[in-house]
Design a protein around this ligand. Structure first.
Ligand code: ZN
Length: 255
């Protein structure tokens, strides 16, 4: 009787032990899957755009990718990148999908705004995101030579250059002729914007309208200055689009 009892106890312990092991195995297994899923999600991008990938994308697809990237930026969910690995791979060549003309403003981190990194986009920057010969030349290189299919002229809210132009800051009188020349370039956008209320940078609605007009006029000027890019656009091979970055929300509005 004692032996039967003893044997039953041993059997019960073995079964319990087996059950516990089975449960532990399951727990470990679920945890491993979760860890793997986390690892997959966080695996940094270690390659850059290839010539084939660039060739396969249409201008509209690229704009869609940029919009999605901007959503990632807005939701504070930027893609992890292995910059060392990308930098090494980029030594072979570059096949960027777009060129963005932005203001120099330090609060507009262009690559981050579109959740992009090494080899993804060309970036040209000048206060007030106006065009000039050198910038249009850079855009011709980006599109007609290097294969980028989208040109974005991206203004931004609270732009100091636009505000200074609206307020008629006299830079020339302060020995800043180059800055004066730049501010003068923005004047046509002020003239072309419907005057609603005071013409002052304190009038936020008017200032924002000038910023939008300025992006539109810059796009038109690029088309006028570059017959090559204008014809590429007519053929549907590239798109030149104005946009505005909202500093408060991080959102880019394509127009
Ligand atoms: Zn600016």
């Amino acid at each position: 009787m004692k032996n039967i009892f003893k044997n039953s106890m041993i059997l019960a312990l073995v079964v319990m032990s087996y059950s516990c092991n089975e449960k532990n195995t399951e727990t470990t297994s679920t945890s491993e899957v979760k860890t793997q899923a986390k690892t997959i999600k966080q695996d940094p991008i270690n390659s850059i755009l290839t010539a084939e990938e660039q060739a396969d994308m249409s201008p509209d697809e690229i704009i869609g990718r940029l919009k999605k990237g901007n959503e990632n930026f807005v939701s504070n969910n930027l893609t992890m990148r292995d910059h060392s690995s990308q930098r090494r791979e980029a030594m072979i060549g570059q096949y960027p999908q777009a060129i963005v003309l932005s203001c120099v403003d330090s609060r507009v981190p262009v690559e981050d705004v579109f959740d992009l990194g090494i080899g993804d986009i060309f970036v040209a920057r000048v206060a007030g995101n106006i065009e000039n010969k050198d910038i249009v030349g850079s855009m011709e290189f980006a599109t007609a030579v290097a294969g980028s299919k989208v040109v974005i002229v991206m203004g931004h809210t609270a732009c100091g250059a636009v505000k200074s132009a609206i307020d008629k800051v006299d830079a020339a009188s302060m020995e800043m002729n180059a800055l004066q020349n730049l501010l003068d370039e923005i004047q046509p956008s002020i003239d072309a914007t419907t005057k609603m209320g005071e013409v002052s940078s304190k009038n936020e609605e008017f200032t924002n309208n000038v910023i939008v007009t300025n992006a539109h006029i810059t796009v038109e000027d690029i088309r006028k200055q570059s017959p090559k890019m204008a014809s590429l656009e007519k053929e549907g091979k590239i798109k030149i689009v104005p946009a505005v970055y909202d500093m408060a929300t991080g959102k880019v509005k394509f127009m």
